[in-house]
Design a protein around this ligand. Structure first.
Ligand code: HGY
Ligand code: MN
Ligand code: MN
Length: 428
């Protein structure tokens, strides 16, 4: 019998305080987004804005009496001691770096929600048996250094520290130099001592929960992800004098690849769940009257079943070669991110479900379409996620991303309950 007692879950977080903390962090890196007319968030990993956001959160951690450590890839861990300091901690976490057109919930809800759980425990003067850690990981988005979950993948030993440090952004700046520039090249070892369990609260970032009108997503796992970076090289030429049959136009090759991706999705050969995105195409020299000589493009392909994704990639990569030959260009491609589908720990899923039920919240099991730090943590300890619905079809990676105070509070309250139960479990 562990020290857990249903009465302990009578605690509830302060929804106003949580929401105010989301607004506070959301003001750092705020920008006016022309296309939507809204205020968005832009805190690309390891930029000055990310550094300011990090310092803001670290200050909040210290104000709560947490012991803060920064590791060598810039992951930040804030520890609240438990009754048994030798017991493995229960960790909550996520990320505070963002894409360039973000809202204020993606990642931040999991980190600030973790701090709100700590505040609630502090206010109630509750000391759990196990220590509690709130973490944020470096470059979860992969939007600047082009591989996602970078910090948590290093913590979970999927990516070597040196490999992570040497990743560069488009300006050729390395992760290591940028960590140093913002003062977060920590000295704590990156090898994470596996926590007892890991729980992450996150906005769904999609339409499913809101459309089903449910309060909580019990996340069963994360779909498989593959990112490619293509460099297509042809020959620049005069747009007016060069006959079409003499051209070696990488722009045509890029367009054919984009259309082929859509044809693969629409074919149904890979079920209706295959998702393919070309997020970046950069033409050089990028002039109205010059046939381009180089196109850089990215491909993001995902599927809930890695075996199906593998088959899709097995068709796509040979198409790169086919287009290269037919368009007389060179297509180089490199894999910049590749993670299989993962399942979260049944025990953590069950806790999320039971505590949603216990609070009278409606819930639905769901596979995450987005990648998360939790999928890296799942490799080292029992991990799980609590999803909250989003308004406007759950749009995300867009300043219109929005979840109500109540939606956020519901998710963080369930995380509070789950963490408190895990933190009373016996054993090391
Ligand atoms: O791309 C993703 O799925 C996540 O937002 N990093
Ligand atoms: Mn996220
Ligand atoms: Mn994201």
């Amino acid at each position: 019998m562990n020290g857990y007692d249903e009465r302990m879950t009578r605690l509830s977080i302060d929804a106003d305080r949580l929401y105010a903390s989301l607004d506070g962090l959301g003001a750092i890196g705020a920008y006016h987004d022309e296309p939507t007319g809204l205020t968005g968030v832009r805190r690309l990993a390891l930029t000055a804005e990310d550094g300011a956001g990090r310092r803001h959160v670290v200050a909040a951690m210290r104000a709560l009496g947490l012991a803060v450590t920064v590791d060598r890839i810039g992951n930040v861990y804030a520890r609240r001691e438990g009754r048994d300091p030798r017991a493995k901690p229960v960790m909550m976490g996520s990320h505070i770096d963002s894409v360039a057109t973000a809202g204020r919930f993606d990642g931040c809800l999991g980190v600030l929600g973790g701090l709100e759980v700590v505040r609630t425990l502090n206010d109630a003067q509750r000391v759990t048996r196990r220590p509690i850690v709130v973490a944020f990981f470096t470059e979860e988005e992969g939007a600047r250094f082009s591989t996602d979950m970078l910090g948590s993948a290093v913590a979970a030993k999927r990516i070597a520290l040196e490999t992570a440090w040497s990743r560069t952004d488009r300006a050729g700046k390395t992760v290591k130099s940028e960590l140093e520039a913002i003062g977060f090249l920590g000295d704590a070892p990156v090898e994470l001592d596996p926590p007892h369990a890991y729980v992450e609260c996150h906005v769904e970032q999609g339409p499913v929960l809101r459309a089903a009108n449910v309060d909580i997503g019990v996340v069963t796992g994360v779909q498989a992800i593959a990112w490619h970076e293509l460099v297509i090289t042809g020959r620049s030429a005069h747009a007016g004098t060069t006959p079409m049959d003499l051209r070696r136009d990488p722009g045509i090759a890029a367009a054919r690849i984009q259309l082929y991706l859509r044809a693969m999705v629409l074919s149904g050969r890979y079920t209706k769940q295959l998702r393919a995105t070309v997020g970046v195409t950069q033409y050089s020299p990028g002039l109205v009257n010059v046939v381009p000589n180089r196109v850089q493009m990215t491909v993001d392909v995902r599927h809930p079943d890695d075996e199906v994704l593998k088959k899709a990639l097995g068709e796509l990569v040979p198409f790169y070669a086919k287009v290269a030959e037919e368009e007389r260009v060179e297509v180089q491609h490199k894999v910049t991110a590749r993670t299989p589908d993962i399942a979260f720990a049944p025990r953590v899923q069950e806790l999320v479900l039971r505590h949603a039920e216990g609070r009278g919240l409606s819930f639905k099991k769901i596979v995450s379409g987005a990648g998360h730090d939790a999928q890296e943590m799942a490799a080292v300890c029992p991990a799980g996620m609590v999803f909250v619905p989003g308004e406007y079809e759950g749009i995300s990676h867009n300043p219109r991303e929005f979840s109500t105070k109540e939606q956020c509070a519901n998710g963080v309250n369930v995380m509070l309950d789950v963490v408190m139960e895990l933190a009373e479990e016996e054993g090391v």
